[in-house]
Design a binder for this molecule. Structure first.
Ligand code: CO
Length: 166
């Protein structure tokens, strides 16, 4: 079921989300709904965090893509274990549609999380995927990308729905 994506200004986006203690049927429904919501979004999204659909739980989904395939991977209680390098690039957010700003992120991150079965995942990520996961973990801590812009006067509006949002 597609859920409503809430917008900046809603206090849920500014609340630190709670860890998932047990992976109940409600968590599976939440993940399925988040995937439906991301796929249905008229603005291209490559990641979504539960607070963006109004739920303060530490659940995110991330689109992993290469030239051949793409899949949406749910991550429960994701955490950065280690990080390397720094890279600045544009980011957009489904809660602030069509606004873009440059944000510094780690270039590479090692993360740990649980999958839908409660199994431990350890992943080494780089590039766009590493950026998206950092953006989504920020959502779980009540942080939006605009908070991380070194120069907020450089926030730009671009009516181009194919630029990615997270
Ligand atoms: Co976002």
């Amino acid at each position: 079921m597609v859920r409503e994506i809430i917008r900046s200004g809603n206090p849920v986006l500014r609340t630190v989300s709670k860890e998932v203690n047990s992976i109940t049927p409600e968590i599976h429904i939440l993940i399925k709904d988040m995937i439906d919501t991301l796929k249905a979004s008229p603005i291209k999204g490559v990641g979504l965090a539960a607070p963006q659909v109004g739920v303060n739980l530490r659940v995110v989904i991330v689109l992993f893509q290469d030239t051949k395939s793409e899949k949406i991977v749910p991550l429960i209680n994701p955490q950065i274990v280690s990080a390397n390098g720094e890279v600045e690039d544009y980011e957009g957010c489904l809660c602030l549609p069509r606004l873009y700003g440059r944000v510094k992120r780690y270039q590479e991150v090692k993360i740990k999380a649980l999958n839908e079965k409660g199994e431990l995942l350890i992943m080494d990520l780089k590039g766009l995927t590493a950026r998206v996961v950092q953006h989504e973990i920020d959502h779980l801590d009540g942080i939006l990308f605009v908070d991380r812009m070194e120069d907020p006067t450089q926030l730009i509006y671009e009516d181009h729905p194919n630029l990615f949002h997270t």
